[in-house]
Write a protein that binds this ligand. Structure first.
Ligand SMILES: Cc1cc2nc3c(=O)[nH]c(=O)nc-3n(C[C@H](O)[C@H](O)[C@H](O)COP(=O)(O)OP(=O)(O)OC[C@H]3O[C@@H](n4cnc5c(N)ncnc54)[C@H](O)[C@@H]3O)c2cc1C
Length: 377
């Protein structure tokens, strides 16, 4: 056997798996298809803005790997797994035998829903960020498809480089987190920072699209190619149990590629915890993954946004709002109970409200935003 543990995919999940394996002093190979050491993907909009080199966003410098006994091979792409022989075959013709295997191959960007003539740029890797930066520096126009946090962060970064940026959204920005009024408030703030929001059918914007660098921020999907070829059970992602085990003995999966309990959250915090769990279990330890809840706060285009629960306006839902020049708040109430809330700008009330909602406490006779605020605060 060449290695006790082989990890395929040197993103955050692979890095944290390697960290856990190295602490148990196992012979380990961490192999990644990209030419860079593991880096913080959420910092890619910063790379678009500044063009900074990959060293500035690394999770650990080169020395950390040698000092911790982690052999890392970059630009190393796994093309086949022979689960019976416990071997991985690489695109350069090498093959490696393992005791345990961890798959942390992450996601691929979804294809754009619109058939474009020219190239559509994804944003997943450092190279993607540099390609976008270079293309936008030349044309000074960008058209981003998708108004989720990734699309908006990319827009904000590009505007800061002096680029004209339009973002296309179905109905309003951050439509998964906000109600429509909150979406309008955010759209107005984005407009103030120089970002144009385009609603509705993409076909209506062909003229703008034609002249711009088109960027797809339309979600991601797990890269299941390797797993499917070797008999690992998949659904939307690789199916794993609470120890990150797949259906094949000695093979684990973690991070964006793994589907646990029907969910693939696509979050850093989940990749980190699942990576650690897979690493410990693959090297003979025993750890159960405790579901990580999404962080209640996100930063979007310089604004803090917090949301939880549901803001769906059903027949029996009342939404109470408080809006000022620089902040927006909405609380959804059903049958005298808080069922959801969203905040932009001033998010201080959010934590108290969330606790109140989770405790399933009623709001009694409170019948305005101010009355609920007084009650909860
Ligand atoms: C621009 C951007 C901003 C983001 N912002 C946030 C944020 O603010 N908060 C948050 O929680 N999450 C954010 N995310 C999501 C977060 O980065 C991911 O959830 C996280 O990177 C998942 O880690 P992973 O290791 O599972 O997969 P990945 O990070 O995708 O890493 C997988 C690695 O495996 C490699 N690989 C794939 N196939 C093979 C193969 N066959 N052989 C060898 N190597 C292979 C890939 O090249 C890649 O390097 C953001 C993502 C992006 C792209």
């Amino acid at each position: 056997m060449d290695y006790d543990v082989v990890i395929i995919g040197a993103g955050p999940a692979g890095y944290y798996a390697a960290k856990a394996v190295s602490q148990r002093k196992r012979k380990l190979l961490l192999a990644g298809a990209e030419p860079y050491l593991p880096y913080w993907r959420p910092r890619l909009p910063e790379v678009i803005r500044t063009g900074q080199d990959p060293e500035s966003i690394l999770m650990s410098g080169k020395d950390w790997f040698s000092e911790n006994g982690v052999e890392i091979q970059l630009s190393k792409m796994a093309v086949r797994i022979d689960a019976a022989q416990k071997k991985v075959q690489w695109s350069d013709g090498d093959s490696t035998s393992y005791g345990s295997l961890i798959l942390s191959c992450g996601s691929l960007p979804n294809r754009s829903p619109f058939p474009f003539e020219g190239k559509v740029f994804p944003l997943r890797s450092y190279q993607d960020a540099m390609d976008i930066r270079q293309r936008c520096a030349a044309g000074k126009k960008a058209f981003i498809i998708g108004g989720g946090s990734l699309g908006l962060e990319t827009a904000f970064a590009l505007v800061k480089t002096g680029c004209h940026v339009a973002v296309s959204v179905h109905s309003y920005p951050l439509s998964r987190q906000l109600d429509s009024e909150g979406g309008k408030f955010l759209a107005a703030r984005l407009k103030e920072s120089g970002i144009t929001i385009c609603c509705g059918d993409l076909a209506n914007y062909e003229a703008e699209i034609d002249k711009a660098c088109v960027i797809a921020a339309t979600g991601v999907h797990p890269d299941l190619t390797l797993a499917e070829k070797c008999g690992i059970k998949v659904s939307r992602g690789i199916l794993v149990d609470e120890k990150m085990r797949t259906n094949l003995q000695g093979i684990y999966a973690c991070g964006d590629i793994a589907e646990y309990n029907g969910t693939i959250p696509g979050l850093m915090s989940v990749a980190v915890k699942q990576g650690e769990t897979a690493g410990i279990n693959a090297s003979g330890g025993d750890m159960v993954y405790q579901t990580v809840l999404p962080a209640p706060l996100t930063k979007v285009a310089g604004l803090t946004v917090s949301s939880f629960g549901s803001l769906k306006l059903l027949d029996d839902t009342q939404i109470y709002r408080k809006v000022s020049a620089d902040s927006y708040a909405a609380i959804a109430v059903r049958s005298s109970k808080i069922v959801g809330a969203a905040f932009i700008g001033n998010v201080a009330l959010g934590t108290k409200l969330k606790k109140w909602m989770e405790a399933e406490k009623g709001i009694g006779k409170a019948a305005s935003f101010e009355e609920i605020e007084k009650l909860v605060g």
